[in-house]
Every structure is written in structure tokens, then in C-alpha cells.
Design a protein around this ligand. Structure first.
Ligand code: NAD
Length: 380
């Protein structure tokens, strides 16, 4: 089979969907692999390394003309017509974006959105949300540390003692837990909040304090259990109590890393404008939900309404970082892990003989299939 790896054309995307390591494996499996010239450069993978792994270096049109196209993000409107009808596209294709899915279907592409895979043990090795959120959580702390005008660790020096920074992590899923672990390594004192009771133990095992907002009704308890490992929107009664707790903790915090998401919905507002006003000057918020929150002043914020997607702004003395693609800021490792996720996913849809086999009885294949034969197969 011809596998194509185009360069990523979208803004701030530095990752690439295959690495010399995975190309070598595809070639060993008998596939012909074409990689667009320069596709890996921003992730530190040279054309020479791809060629040494057995890839042919080609232009965009040739890479997109493959039977199977591996991408990070969806092709742009200009790129999509370069694909053959009936060809397979695998990537992070944003299954909640109905317009994009409709375009993929209209192009006759068989499209798989990897982020729609179930959070099951079998799907772990191809779980792109986990592999990339892990990196984003790590980078979020480094970005915060860089913008924060003080030390993170406690330091005792001849010139006096410096207090450890207080870090507040909101949302302790994959990104939040890695943010806790990273902040801990840098010597910060950490508190964290999540809706799901299962994470209390995980937060504490990483050496952070869990902010307990007890459930008072059966409705709150049930909502908190989530579905399929994901959070569900919490009842307003619980959110109001959480908001009071977050406000109090944020006033004491030096850095807030917020990662709270609810699949298919606007990210919850956890850091209100009032809370930002109450925070200390020089403190930093890194909002991983940037651009995915509720509408505020004509644009979408994140977990904080004042967050601006892909911008760093200062509001009421607080630096608010809204980078939407933190994983791409660690491009080499993000690409390596992502490329391995793809390698594992392809085992489900390509036989050992190198032919395509889309088995809808497989829950991962069925969940990720977005479009096929001109039809949208997965509703947003
Ligand atoms: P996510 O990115 O969808 O959300 C991030 C976090 O925000 C979640 O922990 C969520 O509970 C939290 N959140 C939502 N609303 C909130 C609020 N109001 N206040 C505070 N926090 C809020 O989640 P994710 O990181 O993708 O992980 C979701 C879960 O799936 C985790 O428990 C993870 O361990 C699990 N998981 C399981 C597998 C597997 O079994 N294969 C793989 C990956 C992840």
C-alpha cells in the first residue's frame, strides 16, 4: 500500500505524523512510503533521516495522492482535493466539527479521527489524547515557570529565603496529572481540583493536595462519575461550591494550570473575572482550554473567560497564557509518540498482507470512523 505523509500546513503545527522510526516499520511491512519534503523539519526529523528509513521524499501532491494518508490535523481546504476518492485519512480530525467532517465525506475520503477512540485498555497504545495531553501538561508548567517572575522551588540562600511557589491545577486528567508531576519536580507546592472522585488518590499520590468539594445530592454524585472516563457537566449547585473553593485557592496561588474539559461541550468556567482580579500581581494562568470555553466579549475563552486563544495577555496584573497547541511546542517527542499511536492504529485497519480491512465489529475502528463512501458515519 502507498502511505503518504504530508507536511502539516496549519498555523503553529510543528508535529509530523510519521518519524523515521515508524517509516522504517511501514517499509519493513512492505508498504511504499512517501514523505513530503521538509515535513519533519520543525520536529527535528530531517529529510535525510526519512530517506535513510526508506521513504521517498516528494511534494505535497504526491504525498496526498497515497492510498493511506497520515496526518496530524485535518487537511486544509486547499489540500483535501489532492486526496483520491476512496483513500484513507487518519489523524486528529476533530469529530465535533460537523462542517469539517462533512467536507471529508464530500471528498469521498474514508476518515478516521483518532481522538474518538474509546478510553479502554486495548486502545491505550493508540490514545492520541493521552500521548499529547501528557506533553501539554508538562509544557504548561514550563511555560508558566518562564513567565512567572519568581522561583518555583523554596531556596535558602545567604541573601534570605525564597518561598516555594503555590501551583493550583484545575482538572486532573492526563494533562493535569502531568502538570502536577512536573510542578512537583520543580519544587512547587500544589493543590488540585477535579469533578471525578477517582482522581483524588492520583492527585495525592503525586504529592499534591486534593481540593475536596463534597457532593451533596445523588444528582451531583452521578454526574461526577462521568461516562467512559470523561467528565460530564456538573450540576450548577456543585459548580457554585467549587467556584468558591477555587476563588479562595487562586487568591493564594502563584500559578494556575487549568485543563478542565468536557467532550463535545464548552469547557467549564472555573476562573472567573472576579477570581483573576483577586489574584496576586505577577501570577500566571496557563489555560489549556483556551478557545474552547464559553463565549465572552465576542470570542471563546477557556476555563477563564479572559483567556485569548494563542495569545499571552495581562489582565488585572495576571499573565494569562492561551496557547492552544502546547504539544507542538515539544515537537520531536510529541511527533514520536503520535507516530507510534498511528502505527498501532494501522494494525487495526491494514492486514499483514498490506490490504485495507475496515472491520466495524472492532469497537475502536467503529468509534473512530468519521466518514466513508461519501457519507458521514459518526455524528458530531
Ligand atoms: P479531559 O481532557 O477530557 O478533561 C480534563 C479533566 O478535566 C478531566 O479529569 C475532567 O474530569 C476534568 N474536569 C471537567 N470538568 C471539571 C470541573 N468543573 N472542575 C475540575 N475538573 C473538571 O480528560 P482526559 O485527560 O482526557 O482524561 C479523562 C479520563 O480518562 C482520565 O481519568 C484518564 O485517566 C482516563 N483515561 C483512561 C484511559 C484508558 O483507560 N485507556 C486512557 C486515557 C485516559
Amino acid at each position: 500500500m502507498h502511505i503518504g505523509v504530508p507536511a502539516e500546513a496549519r498555523a503553529n503545527e510543528t508535529r509530523v505524523a510519521a518519524t523515521p522510526e515508524t517509516v522504517k516499520k511501514y517499509v519493513a511491512q512492505g508498504h511504499r512510503v512517501t514523505v513530503q519534503q521538509g515535513a519533519g523539519v520543525a520536529a527535528s526529523f530531517t529529510d535525510e533521516a526519512f530517506a535513510a528509513a526508506g521513504a521517498e521524499l516528494v511534494d505535497a501532491a504526491a504525498a496526498f495522492s497515497a492510498d493511506l494518508v497520515l496526518k496530524v490535523q485535518s487537511p486544509t481546504e486547499a489540500e483535501l482535493p489532492l486526496m483520491k476518492r476512496g483513500a484513507v485519512l487518519v489523524g486528529v480530525l476533530d469529530p465535533f466539527n460537523a462542517e469539517n467532517t462533512a467536507q471529508l465525506a464530500a471528498a469521498g475520503v474514508t476518515a478516521f479521527a483518532l481522538e474518538a477512540a474509546p478510553r479502554t485498555t486495548r486502545a491505550q497504545s493508540l490514545d492520541v489524547l493521552s500521548s499529547q495531553a501528557n506533553i501539554a501538561g508538562y509544557k504548561a508548567v514550563l511555560v508558566a515557570a518562564e513567565r512567572y517572575p519568581r522561583f518555583l522551588p523554596m531556596l535558602m540562600t545567604a541573601a534570605g529565603t525564597v518561598k516555594a511557589a503555590r501551583v493550583l491545577v484545575l482538572g486532573a486528567g492526563v494533562a493535569g496529572l502531568q502538570a502536577i508531576a512536573t510542578a512537583k519536580r520543580l519544587g512547587a507546592v500544589i493543590e488540585a481540583s477535579d469533578v471525578r472522585p477517582a482522581v483524588k488518590e492520583q492527585i495525592e499520590s503525586l504529592g499534591a493536595k486534593f481540593i475536596d468539594v463534597p457532593y451533596e445530592t445523588q444528582e451531583e454524585r452521578e454526574a461526577a462519575e462521568g461516562v467512559g472516563g470523561y467528565a460530564r457537566p456538573m450540576p450548577p449547585s456543585w459548580l457554585a461550591r467549587q467556584s468558591v473553593a477555587v476563588h479562595e485557592r487562586a487568591k493564594q496561588a502563584d500559578i494556575v494550570i487549568s485543563t478542565a474539559l468536557i467532550p463535545g461541550r464548552a469547557a467549564p468556567t472555573l476562573i472567573s473575572v472576579e477570581t483573576v482580579r483577586a489574584m496576586r500581581p505577577g501570577s500566571v494562568i496557563v489555560d489549556l482550554a483556551a478557545g474552547r470555553g464559553a463565549e465572552f466579549e465576542g470570542r471563546r475563552g477557556g476555563n477563564c473567560p479572559l483567556t485569548e486563544a494563542d495569545q499571552v495577555v495581562t489582565r488585572h496584573g495576571v499573565t494569562i497564557v492561551g496557547f492552544t497547541n502546547l504539544a507542538a511546542m515539544v515537537a520531536a517527542d510529541a511527533s514520536s509518540l503520535y507516530a507510534r499511536n498511528l502505527l498501532d492504529f494501522l494494525k487495526l485497519i491494514v492486514t499483514k498482507e498490506g490490504t485495507l480491512n475496515i472491520d466495524l465489529a472492532d469497537d475502536i475502528v467503529a468509534a473512530t470512523l468519521l466518514a466513508r463512501d461519501g457519507e458521514v458515519t459518526r455524528k458530531a
